[in-house]
Design a protein around this ligand. Structure first.
Ligand code: GLN
Length: 536
């Protein structure tokens, strides 16, 4: 197809309209037509990456294989498109400014006054087009975070306005997502917020080509005509995005609405064959038609915000569909779990998952949950801090090391079963300094994990500073907690299991970053299988 074309997605009226899901759905549709597609996210905040953000702020931090800590929307992109994203797929204002300031300090601007326009906007444009440089993609979707009209979004809007001029109208399309609220008192859908939001874009010199209207009720022809007329778009370019029971239905809805056809038309591409969504439909059908339900307790400390454990919850959903069961996930606050109430809190669950995390808040509740899972033979999955808690639990309650702990929580423990990695010891800076991204892991033959993966070498993504302290390895092995996944280069323990327990697996890496709708993660599939077996 020659040079790469760009779809710019903006949002208006309010945040949380599901821009990420609409972008990912559009990506899936274009990909299903045979185009090579990727998606990038521009985030208007000053943090260089979301790695230093508390999950309460923006939900989970997603990690790419190349070790970038990114916005959780990249997780949606990977789960919908079954592609790998990278550092280049997520850019924040902080990163943009950091590069510009570094260039200024090096003297690259030769004494010029460094300004938002052109220097910041040039750097934004450079980052946007970076992905297209190698001609790897036919179409790149660029999602601009935030809401138009926000002060911090302005440089991004200006940058994409300029890009349209530079790349040509035939190579760029603007998709704008807004909200059509329903006023129940008068029983009406209101278009005024959409009109205003388009006006705000027009003030910045951008006329959207396609409008995606988020609504709780069907938009009739008259309403669509009104929006088309007042917002200056084609009638067929007014697309409705109505609430659905699962996000995975959105691509199917967008296909019905013709979003992909309209985008291709604007990009002056003659649509190749119609999208092949057979596998996708099969997945959605399974998701919706599964009757049997199993329940998983997700023990964590950021449970007030569902987005904090986004990838884990999605991975459980994918694995549920694969196993033809509905998975109900109950998030349980680890701070509220004590020895006295643990049976009450965790009784009846078909599986227990102890979540990743940082710091000592809620750790004891996690450790108590592990004891419950181990003693009651409930399928257990520990991820990152979840594995570390399982190791501490085993040390204290099976090996009798009373004050065993991670040095993250207790520096002077006599039994530092989890300790800072050697390469982390001199690190004082916070951002981007953990063990991040994909590492190889070799699996022990015949172990639960090897049976699940059906292979002996895997690559999984990490995000942590601490690790199992190998000084204790032999004692653990002798007493029934065995390493079944080892990093072949460093010898670090990546997975532990407890043979004799129906399904007890802890991983130092985060398998949830690799589960996609059409390729559910083997460990989640196996965990759900064990939970089904355990369910009465
Ligand atoms: N806090 C732990 C560490 O840094 C675990 C991190 C995590 O769960 N992602 O090693």
């Amino acid at each position: 197809m020659g040079s790469t074309k760009y779809v710019f997605v903006t949002g208006g009226v309010t945040s949380s309209l599901g821009k990420g899901i609409v972008s990912a759905s559009l990506g899936r549709l274009l990909q299903a037509r045979g185009y090579k597609v990727t998606i990038q996210k521009l985030d208007p905040y000053i943090n260089v990456d979301p790695g230093t953000l508390n999950p309460y702020e923006h939900g989970e931090c997603y990690v790419t294989d190349d070790g970038a800590e990114t916005d959780l929307d990249l997780g949606h992109y990977e789960r919908f498109l079954d592609i790998q994203t990278s550092q280049a797929n997520n850019v924040t204002t902080g990163r943009i400014y950091q590069s510009v300031i570094n260039k200024e300090r090096r003297g690259d601007y030769l004494g010029k006054t460094v300004q938002v326009i052109p220097h910041i906007t040039d750097e934004i444009k450079r980052r946007i087009t970076l992905l297209g440089e190698k001609d790897e993609y036919d179409i790149i979707i660029t999602e601009i975070g935030g809401t138009v009209g926000d002060i911090e979004s302005l440089p991004y809007i200006e940058a994409v306005r300029q890009l349209r001029w530079e790349l040509g109208v035939e190579n760029t399309v603007f998709v704008h997502l807004t909200l059509v609220p329903y006023l129940s008192a008068s029983g009406e859908l209101k278009t005024k917020p959409t009109q205003h939001s388009v006006k705000v874009l027009l003030e910045s010199g951008i006329q959207p080509d396609v409008l995606v209207l988020r609504a709780e009720h069907e938009l009739d022809k008259d309403l669509r005509k009104k929006v088309a007329l007042f917002c200056n778009v084609e009638l067929e370019a007014v697309i409705q995005s109505i609430d659905v029971s699962t996000i995975y239905e959105v691509p199917l809805l967008m296909k019905e609405e013709g979003l992909d056809v309209m985008v291709l038309k604007k990009l002056q591409i003659e649509p190749k064959e119609s999208p092949d969504l057979k596998e996708w439909k099969k997945f959605v059908d399974r998701l919706k038609s599964s009757k049997k339900e199993i329940t998983i307790a997700l023990v964590g400390k950021y449970v007030e915000l569902y987005d904090s454990y986004k990838s884990i919850i999605e991975s459980l959903t994918h694995a549920g569909a694969m196993n033809k069961v509905k998975v109900k996930v109950d998030c349980i606050h680890s701070e509220e779990i004590s020895v006295d109430n643990v049976s009450e809190k965790l009784e009846g669950y078909d599986g227990i998952l102890v979540a990743p995390g940082f710091g000592d808040r809620g750790v004891e509740g996690k450790i108590i949950s592990v004891t419950y899972a181990r003693e009651n033979k409930v399928p257990f999955f520990g991820i990152c801090l979840g594995l570390q808690c399982a190791i501490i639990e085993f040390a204290r309650n099976v090996l009798g090391y009373e004050d065993a702990h991670s040095t993250e929580m207790m520096n002077n423990t006599r039994y530092p079963v989890i300790d800072l990695m050697e390469e982390q010891k001199g690190v004082t800076k916070k951002g981007g300094t953990m063990r991040l991204g994909g590492y190889a892991c070799s699996l022990q033959k015949g172990s639960l994990v090897q049976q699940a993966y059906q292979t002996e070498m895997v690559r999984e993504r990490h995000r942590h500073r601490y690790e199992f302290n190998n000084d204790f390895l032999e004692t653990f092995r002798e007493h029934g907690m065995v390493p079944t996944g080892i990093n072949p280069e460093s010898g670090l323990v990546e997975i532990m299991e407890q043979p004799g327990h129906p399904w007890f697996v802890g991983t130092q890496f985060h398998p949830e970053y690799r589960s996609t709708a059409l390729n559910p993660h083997p460990l989640f599939i196996a965990f759900i299988k064990a939970a089904i077996k355990n369910s009465k």
